[in-house]
Design a protein around this ligand. Sequence first.
Ligand SMILES: Cc1ncc(COP(=O)(O)O)c(C=O)c1O
Length: 382
Amino acid sequence: MSENRAFIYADNAATTPLAPEALEAMETFLKEEYANASGLYSLSRKAKNALQDARESIAACIGAKASEIYFTSGGTESDNWAVKGVAFQNWERRPHIVTSKIEHHAVLNSCKALERIGCTVDYLSPDSAGRISPQSLAKAITPNTVLASVMMANNEIGTIQDIASLSQQAHSQGIVFHTDAVQAVGHIPVDVDALGVDLLSASAHKFNGSKGVGFLYIRDGIEISPFFNGGQQERGRRAGTENVAGIVGMATALRFNVEQMNQTTAKLLCIEQTFIDALRAAIPSVVINGDASNHLPGMVSLSIPGASGEGLLHILDLKGCAVSTGAACNSQSTEISHVLSAIGAPESLSKGTLRVSFGRFNEVQDAQRIAELIAKFAKIQD
Ligand SMILES: Cc1ncc(COP(=O)(O)O)c(C=O)c1O
């Protein structure tokens, strides 16, 4: 973070630092207004009102109605609910799902779990920039297809999909459309009507809220089975005592990020350009993965022929910089990234890949420092 130059955090696609304004909003509900929102006394009413305010604020940030926002424990739960909930709702139809090979494992492994119990799934291949075409979606749809799920922005290479065209294609064939917008919400404009989505997943910790809280947007009229069974919270569709402080923090962080989006984007594009220019000048063979013309601001996936991404990550860590080799959720695994193999990156190049994701607290000097370190230590490994 800029105020602590000794340490540079550039792994914002894995998680983001909690925004000071979100922490402040949360504190009241952690310390004083701690009542269960379902109680009948006045302290509970404060929590209940806070939930409603948060719901309205979040809905306004994505062009939805408050009644269409359902709080969850984060992106993984939202994705599981969307995918399994639509499949279970249509179980008697022997459901078929169309998704892509580059989804987050929250979607991919939900689909795999459904396949084990009789669902069928098609996994669409992206082009070399990570784009999924509406034509490939059209071809994969069968009379049994109940859901198409394509992520809005990829968490490893940052490619942004043409969700409006994909959802239009799905709807023209009568199919419900879900997008995992975990990397998009709070970073690029998200309007559920302009995108034409029926279901949309988001996670607070990716946009400077806290971990363990998120939401699923469910368009009014869409039929989906509940995923958690229990009490009547969230209009009987998602049981479990609400994480009031987390939800209030999520709404505050999202509002702030949406209001600041133009300035933050301009800053991140400048940081990113500085980083790429410095890298290219030092390492002409560097490959920048993803869609150069349509990607998440501040996210750079770079591959250096002959280098070890993992080795570089550890050297950068020793030098006080946090970056990732690929998806953070996968950082324990040394397997080749499923996203890089789906876009056709050769194995040798995938092994030399780093994901550097700048966020609102980074500065241009952070990009210069990381590029300098990569240039210095990647050469040693050549
Ligand atoms: C695209 C995408 N979907 C889903 C998730 C899971 O979100 P959470 O960490 O809130 O469970 C992530 C997190 O890395 C992600 O990047």
